[in-house]
Design a protein. Structure first.
Ligand code: NAD
Length: 361
């Protein structure tokens, strides 16, 4: 089949890591008989340099007309870059907000997987790590506290600030459906995280998630309070498969989950709309400190491309082939500098990409 992919190399290490992920996709195409065609667009600092804005309407339209989007990262050195002496809506990162909004991406999916070869970077004790962990955090991205009505004003002579946390049934249902769909591709377990002992929005969340669960009899649904979830992630991370939660809880829990994997260069992510369309990107930033030095770890971006194969194109076998190839290079001891340890073989960005391509069968 033919798939149209928009590539957004972006800034810093973005172009280097996106190029490796593109080669991996081409290799998958070759081995499995698919055709991936690409259109590149500018976003972030490079778009500011070329057009004066972080994302043009034309670039957004190109992304909208494709089957999915692969992004590297945007942004420069925040303390020391010409891109930051401007209004916030003209800075590189404003491109990210604009594209997420413009493409209606409301479901953020961040896997946290511990490779046993990298377990030394995990801050948890061996007894807690056990047989490792493999979870995805599914975070609602466009509702809740970050988007509710707010003010800061003086009331009766006292400065007072208010934020509001609003969720509608529809907003909860569409993210719950996504979580159950993804659980069906995994170990068929959803843990829905809320604060239903206190918050009305959480009680509605629980009710709607339970309704959605009825359509997925094969999936086990458990509810967990957010404070307990924060503890369980570091006490027994192996129990989680799909963690479904609202915007602010997900913001915090997804960072906690990625922290316990210990390796920022390995963490993929996706943001999806109501259908199969998604924007796939590594969880890390543009790493200006190592840009252009062939030192960046391309694995997070390559694994993001694997998520695209599975979630947007339903090419599960192909996604697994990419994941297995990554696993194999790690088992063989190849490491980029960020994950290097004694006795391993140090390789650069390009060589790591090539080794992974070679192992896709
Ligand atoms: P960062 O993730 O870019 O870098 C943090 C540290 O991790 C750096 O030491 C970097 O060298 C290292 N690192 C990151 N990715 C790596 C990789 N693939 N391989 C090896 N090492 C890697 O975070 P930062 O320094 O806080 O931000 C740099 C720029 O990226 C800023 O402009 C920030 O706004 C932007 N940013 C963009 C995104 C995005 O595009 N989605 C996300 C986060 C930050």
């Amino acid at each position: 089949m033919d798939y149209k992919i928009t590539l957004i190399p972006g800034d810093g290490i973005g172009p280097e890591i996106v190029e490796e992920a593109r080669q991996v996709l081409d290799r998958v195409g070759e081995v499995y008989g698919h055709r991936f065609s690409y259109k590149k667009i500018l976003m972030g600092g490079c778009s500011i340099d070329a057009f004066g804005v972080p994302l043009t309407d034309e670039a957004l339209e190109t992304a909208r007309n494709s089957d999915s989007v692969l992004l590297g990262a945007v942004g420069g050195n925040v303390g020391n870059s010409r891109w930051y002496d401007v209004a916030p809506n003209l800075r590189p990162e404003a491109g990210l907000l604009a594209i997420r909004k413009g493409l209606g991406l409301f479901a953020n999916i961040r896997p946290a997987y511990l490779y046993k070869e990298l377990a030394g970077a995990c801050p948890l004790k061996d007894s807690v790590i056990g047989n490792g962990f493999d979870m995805v955090i599914m975070r609602e991205l466009t509702g809740g506290l970050y988007f509710g009505e707010r003010y800061t004003k003086e009331i009766n002579g006292v400065m007072t600030a208010m934020d509001t946390l609003v969720y509608s049934e529809e907003e909860i249902r569409r993210i719950a459906v996504k979580a159950f769909d993804i659980a069906m591709k995994r170990r068929k377990s959803v843990i829905s995280v809320d604060k239903a002992n206190v918050l009305d929005s959480s009680r509605l969340w629980r009710k709607v998630v339970e309704e959605v669960a009825k359509d997925y009899p094969e999936v086990t649904l458990t509810h967990m309070l957010v404070d307990n979830c924060a503890m369980q992630l570091v006490m027994n991370p192996g129990q989680f498969d799909v963690v479904l939660t609202e915007n602010m809880f997900g913001d915090i829990l997804s960072d906690e989950a990625s922290m316990i994997t210990g390796s920022i260069g390995m963490l993929s992510s996706a943001s999806m709309n109501e259908g199969k369309f998604g924007l796939y990107e590594p969880s890390h930033g543009s790493a200006p400190d190592i840009a252009g030095k062939d030192m960046a770890n391309p694995i997070a971006t390559i694994l993001s491309a694997a998520m695209m194969l599975s979630y947007s194109f339903d090419l599960d076998k192909e996604a697994e082939a990419v994941e297995n190839a990554v696993q194999q290079v790690l088992t063989e001891g190849y490491r980029t500098p960020d994950i290097m340890s004694e006795g391993c073989k140090k390789v650069g960005t390009k060589e790591m990409g090539r080794l992974i391509c070679e192992r896709i069968k």
